[in-house]
Design a protein around this ligand. Structure first.
Ligand code: NAD
Length: 288
């Protein structure tokens, strides 16, 4: 039987992956005279995004890649924004582009995701990149889903035939993750708001040998629902009083799970590392 309550630390894993990425960056510079550059775009002011931009810059510095930040006005017209994106798409020095979400209401999110050059799409949300994911040929993978897969991989547990349950079917986490888990032949179920409304989430969670929760509701998943020995990855970030907590009741769940991510400190620290991995992948695509 697996040990119970082992913590799946994102920070430790991020350090390990960053060491590998540093070597790739050095090789790109040495062999191809290529210095990967990430262009990060923000529209308007969003104080809560500031932390993410800062951690992007810090991670870029650690890896030795270039980083530039563009601040656009909150009321920028869609055409103007797309013209700006085109200039980044055409700029030979820019390897990949990150755009902070959510977009202001005058910009159509669907049109935007198709507007980015797929090989420069740092977040893997262009329809072509999502199509590649569908066909098991992914190159640039949505960052949070990729972070979850790295955490699962680090447990050393073979996902083949495992009962995997994802709670949350968002485009950035649940849906791409379902494809990545299927790719590993996990038997994958996806729960969402309608599952919750029918009161069936507990039943699904109780079957999960691998459970990933990405909802955004503090302690939605009770510790007592967790199957003995399950791997639990909690993507949720919620403010509860003056504390940040996940979607899973950590203390109780840790008594039953074999592995469990803390919040904060689980998925979060890996997400920016995955963004940098996508940047490096984009730089390699340019060379090819
Ligand atoms: P979202 O709001 O786009 O989607 C929420 C999902 O939860 C939907 O699929 C919805 O149907 C489902 N849902 C809502 N209520 C439910 C219920 N009662 N029972 C079952 N399912 C229910 O969410 P998102 O953008 O994927 O984010 C989810 C959480 O993950 C948020 O807390 C967000 O902050 C966090 N997040 C963290 C990271 C990270 O790097 N750590 C990255 C992205 C998102």
């Amino acid at each position: 039987m697996n040990a119970i309550g082992q913590t799946l630390e994102g920070k430790t894993l991020a350090l390990k992956i960053k060491e590998e990425l540093k070597k790739e960056v050095a090789e790109l510079k040495e062999k191809f005279n290529c210095a990967p550059l990430l262009s990060a775009v923000q529209i308007g002011d969003n104080p809560s995004a500031e932390v993410y931009f800062k951690s992007q810059k810090k991670c870029a510095d650690e890896l030795g890649v270039l980083y530039q930040r563009h601040q656009l006005p909150a009321d920028i017209a869609q055409d103007e924004f797309f013209a700006f994106l085109d200039s980044l798409n055409k700029d030979k020095n820019v390897s990949a582009v990150f755009v902070q979400m959510p977009l202001p209401k005058q910009i159509d999110a669907r049109q935007f995701s198709g507007h980015m050059f797929p090989d420069k799409d740092a977040e893997g949300m262009h329809p072509e990149n999502l199509g590649r994911l569908f066909f098991g040929k992914a190159r640039i993978i949505p960052c949070t889903a990729a972070a979850v897969m790295e955490l699962l991989k680090s447990t050393g547990v073979n996902l083949y035939g495992k009962e995997a349950v994802i709670v949350g079917h968002s485009e950035i986490v649940g849906k791409p993750l379902s494809l990545l888990l299927l790719e590993q032949f996990a038997t994958t179920s996806v729960c969402h708001i309608a599952t919750g409304e029918r009161g069936l989430t507990q039943e699904h969670v109780g079957k999960a040998e691998v459970l990933v929760v990405a909802v955004g509701r503090a302690h939605l998943i009770k510790g007592s629902w967790i199957k003995e020995g399950a791997i639990v990855v909690d993507v949720g970030i919620n403010k509860l009083g003056d504390k940040i907590v996940g979607d899973v009741e950590f203390e109780e769940a840790a008594k039953r799970a074999s592995w469990i991510t803390p919040v904060p400190g689980g998925v979060g620290p890996l997400t920016v590392t995955m963004l940098m991995r996508n940047l490096i992948e984009a730089a390699k695509l340019k060379i090819k």
